[in-house]
Each structure stands twice: as C-alpha cells, then as structure tokens.
Design a protein around this ligand. Structure first.
Ligand code: ZN
Length: 310
C-alpha cells in the first residue's frame, strides 16, 4: 500500500508518492485561483491520477492521501483559505466521495511542514517540537506527542501573529505588531527600504542595482557579512524580535526543539549566532534545560513528505 502527499500552494499544487520517506513519483499543476473550491478539488484529482498513471497503479493500492493547505482546517475537514478563495468548504468530505476507501487527511501546511521535520528531518526523535517558517510571512507548526496540533478550532498554530511589540506598519491580518511584521523576509526588506529611504547609505542598494524595489532578504544578509551599517541595523532588529518570538513560544509550550525553516533560514549562521545564549538569558526557569534551536532540514519537499505521513 502507498501514501500520497499533496502540497496545495497559492500558485501550484504539488503531489508525490512517498515510499520509505522518499518521493518516488511527482506531479504538479498550476492553480487557477478563480476556480475556487471546485478548481482545487479538480486539481487534486488531476495530480493523484497523474501519479497513479506514472506509477502504473490503481487507487485501490493507495492507503492515505494527505493534503497540506495554506489556511485553516476545522475538525470536520472544512477548509478556509483567503488566497485560494476557500471559505469553510468541505474538502475532506468531497475527496472522500471521490477516493472512497482511501484515508483522507487535511492539515494546515505549516503543521504539515513541521510534521515532515518530525518524521524525517530536524525534529526527528523529539515528541514536542515547534517549527517557525520565516518566508514571505511567518508560519508556525506545532507537534505535540508526535502529532500536529492546531487547537480546538484549527487556528492554534498561527505563530506569525503572536503580537510582540507595536510596529510602524500593520500586519495583513489587521493587527499591529505581529511576529511576521518583524521577522518575515517581507519585514526585513521593508525595514531595509525604510532606512535607505530615510537617506542612509548602504551597499544593499548597489546589490539591488540602485532600485529600492529590487531589495531581497538575501541582499540584506550578504551586506551584513560586509559590515554594512544599514544591514547591521536590520539584522539586529530581526534577531531581537526573533528572540522575543522564541522566548514567547518557550514560555508557552516549552518544546524540546524549535526548528527554523523558510527562505530566510538560508542565513543559518547569522540566525543561530548567539541565539541559544540569548534565549538562556531570557527564559525565566532555565535550570532544567531549554529548547534546542536548529535549522530545518527540508526546503521544498516538506509539504509532500509531511502530508504523506499524516
Ligand atoms: Zn498578523
């Protein structure tokens, strides 16, 4: 029997057949956002059929289809996702109708990525773990006793919206001061643009061919390595709030391990430098040990791997 993992993203749906923790067959399809719920169902059906065809197998040989979705999943398998135009749509039920006799599990994508790290990657062997994904936004995935945890209503791992301070711009969620407005790639870029816009000289601007709009988080970290003053200010601010976010998570859940993933985590040396030491200083009862901080193992395949193991 086989397991299929599906990673539903804002621009494409990726699927994989996973055997012993390895993706052996892949399929993907671009998403047509205007098609809404039925478009998502049709695209999932398409990628599953592609995998069956490629492998030369039938749906009767599939035990589980796991799906990670960039939104909220409630206990009945209804999903809501702003980017895909889904609002409390019965995804799990609809897929059970189409693929009868197959176990269908739908989970939030950040929890799925955390589950992949728990099953096959950086959090393997730790029963209580938290994954923080630093990308365009900040995502959170929580594993408790070896299972993804998202609370009573499916919104319990929205770590990116923990409020850490007041900030100079509002979060997309409508609040001010969310974790992701300080520590996402978007936040890093915005703050570098702000300082440069205020007239501070920086090599970041040269990396961006003198166009402030071209600035990326990578350019900021590259300039930091060259002791650029603006980059130092941006990275200092980013790390201060990353620490605050991690301290809040430790005081709230006290995980054994925290894994940092997402595009920003490519700057792993800069991120990890001094982090555990600072955490030690700020956690109130630190005599019994504190969460280990690591960089996530998977870059692109976490969604498929984690979903297949649900
Ligand atoms: Zn927010």
């Amino acid at each position: 029997m086989y397991n299929i993992g599906i990673d539903v993203g804002g621009t494409s749906i990726k699927a994989g057949l996973v055997e012993d923790g390895i993706i052996t067959v892949k399929a993907s399809k671009d998403v047509d956002k205007s098609m809404g719920f039925y478009g998502v169902v049709r695209d999932i059906e398409y990628v599953v059929n592609e995998i069956l065809r490629e492998k030369g197998m039938t749906i009767e040989e599939v035990r589980t289809i796991g799906i990670g979705i960039p939104g909220v999943v409630n206990k009945d398998g209804h999903v809501s996702c702003v980017n895909l135009g889904l609002k409390n749509d019965p995804l799990e039920m609809k897929l059970k109708e189409i693929f009868s006799n197959v176990k269908i599990v739908v989970e939030n994508d950040a929890n799925v990525a955390a589950f992949a790290e728990y099953k096959y990657g950086s959090m393997r062997g730790y029963d209580v773990g938290v994954m923080i994904t630093l990308g365009t936004g900040v995502g959170g995935g929580i594993i408790i006793n070896g299972k993804p945890f998202s609370g009573a209503h499916g919104i319990g791992s929205e770590l990116g919206h923990i409020i850490l301070d007041s900030n100079y711009y509002d979060c997309n969620c409508g609040n001010n001061g969310c974790f992701e407005t300080f520590c996402s790639a978007t936040a890093i870029i915005k703050y570098a643009q702000k300082l440069i816009g205020e007239g501070k000289k920086s090599t970041i601007l040269q990396f961006a061919q003198n166009n402030i709009e071209n600035i990326t988080a990578k350019m900021v970290f590259d300039a930091y390595k060259e002791n650029d003053e603006v980059a130092i200010s941006v990275v200092k601010r980013f790390k201060e709030y990353l620490i605050r976010g991690i301290v809040s998570i430790v005081h709230f859940i006290d995980p054994e391990i925290i894994s940092i993933g997402g595009g920003v985590s490519n700057a792993n040396e800069i991120i990890l430098d001094g982090l555990e030491e600072e955490l030690n200083k700020r956690v109130i009862y630190n005599g019994n040990g504190i969460a280990k901080i690591v960089i996530a193992h998977f870059k692109n395949d976490a969604g498929i791997l984690g979903a297949s193991a649900l």
